[in-house]
Design a protein around this ligand. Structure first.
Ligand code: SF4
Ligand code: SF4
Length: 401
């Protein structure tokens, strides 16, 4: 399958020239006709860097042969930085932009409200400096009920209208839920699905831990049958699957102390694990800066031994859900608490000890864990079963407010 994807690419002149200078391999994005780099870039770094830093990050991504970017974040800074970084070279990146996200009161918000959705999407195009994006990704649909509510909704009518107008070329959906992802795949109108996948999620979510010793003969063994059906359906019906949380979310899988299955993987092992599935088009990598991207680009030079993920698979232990991946999907908090950032600082303080630097970062937040009213609204939006109110209690205890 790897070879077939690579050979298909060789017919494309532009990508031929990219391959002359990089070792990037390209894969079909389902039936869209697009060829995408097998590793691609997320938007997180663009929210943390200034414009010059964003341009440098985009330079490195494009020079490496990456041609695909996910932009879920509605933060105006993120969108504007990516727009600036793509100025004069819009054709170098296939943009997977999310529909149904807005920036409200300084926080990211998922929405299905039509007026908000329209405003959010127009803002996206305007800040990117483009009149279209290639993949219009319906932002996070994580329950069958939410999926069913989409059908016939004004929100979905708007998505179809965008496609008719050419403002989006293909329709996608993002989900952390295999049942929803399978429903979307079978809908007949979804062309791309962004799905949370890594060696841990396949084992934790309806799968078996520890790893079945015989499973290397069949990489689908021991995985939730719904996930297996989803992967197989997408491969058979040529629906593009783009991977989020490649490294476990917030890089959790790269450290045994934070890994959801108790064992550390390297970036190369995580990527190799995902790309071993024929349905996968690209692994989207969350990077915060140039150093992280440079480290991840070792993938292009990695040996087969470095990609071999069998050793950590043998050593995994059950831990499971409940750990924050700092994804921000639970936002907005009515109290304005930046939940992902509080959880990130809390995890660091609990793992490595509270340092003056961590305390200073916490103190600088506009709102703190002590403001949590235990309203529970974040719980309904967290795909990873994180008990946020209890995390806020722990943060208040450690940081003092
Ligand atoms: S439970 Fe606490 S952290 Fe969660 S949304 Fe409510 S106030 Fe915010
Ligand atoms: S609490 Fe859940 S939704 Fe919120 S940042 Fe953490 S993992 Fe993401």
């Amino acid at each position: 399958m790897f070879f077939i994807a690579s050979l298909a690419l060789l017919s494309c002149k532009q990508q031929q020239s990219q391959q002359a200078t990089t070792n990037m391999t390209y894969r079909p994005l389902g039936n869209t006709g697009l060829q995408v780099s097998e590793i691609s870039i997320g938007c997180g770094g663009f929210s943390k860097l200034d414009t010059a830093g964003s341009i440098a990050l985009m330079d490195m991504a494009i020079d490496s042969g990456m041609n695909y970017i996910d932009l879920y974040d509605a933060d105006p800074k993120t969108r504007s930085n990516i727009g600036a970084a793509l100025k004069g070279r819009r054709d170098k990146m296939i943009i997977q932009g999310h529909i149904g996200t807005i920036w409200a009161d300084g926080q990211h918000k998922r929405t299905r409200d039509l007026a908000e959705t329209k405003a959010g999407f127009e803002d996206l195009l305007q800040r990117l400096g483009t009149d279209h994006i290639e993949v219009g990704m319906i932002h996070i649909t994580d329950s069958p009920e939410e999926w069913n509510e989409l059908e016939g909704s004004p929100f979905l009518d708007y998505v179809f209208q965008l496609k008719k107008e050419g403002k989006i070329k293909h329709i996608g959906v993002s989900s952390h839920n295999a049942e929803v992802a399978l429903m979307a795949a079978k809908s007949g109108w979804i062309e791309v699905i962004m799905f949370s996948l890594n060696p841990a999620f396949d084992r934790m979510r309806g799968g078996t831990i520890p790893w079945d010793e015989g499973a290397f003969d069949n990489l689908q063994a021991g995985i939730d049958p719904v996930r297996v059906e989803f992967y197989d359906y997408c491969a058979t019906h040529k629906i593009g699957v783009t991977v989020m949380k490649t490294f476990g979310g917030g890089g959790r899988l790269l450290d045994a102390k934070t890994s959801q299955i108790g064992v550390a993987f390297t970036p190369e092992q995580c990527i190799a694990y995902c790309l071993a599935k024929p349905c996968i088009s690209t692994c989207i990598l969350g990077v915060d800066n140039l150093d992280e991207l440079a480290a991840d680009l070792h993938w292009l030079r990695a040996t087969e031994a470095e990609k071999d993920f069998s050793a950590p698979m043998h050593n995994q232990t059950a831990q499971g859900d409940g750990q924050c991946t700092y994804c921000n999907h639970c936002s907005p908090c009515p109290q304005g608490i930046p939940i992902a950032k509080v959880n990130e600082l809390l995890d660091k303080a609990e793992r490595d000890g509270l340092t003056p630097e961590l305390q200073a970062q916490y103190d600088a937040l506009a709102h703190h864990a002590s403001e949590c009213t235990h309203c529970g609204s974040c719980l309904t939006r967290c795909p990873f079963a994180v008990d946020v109110p209890s995390h806020m209690d722990r943060a208040k205890k450690i940081f003092g407010k």
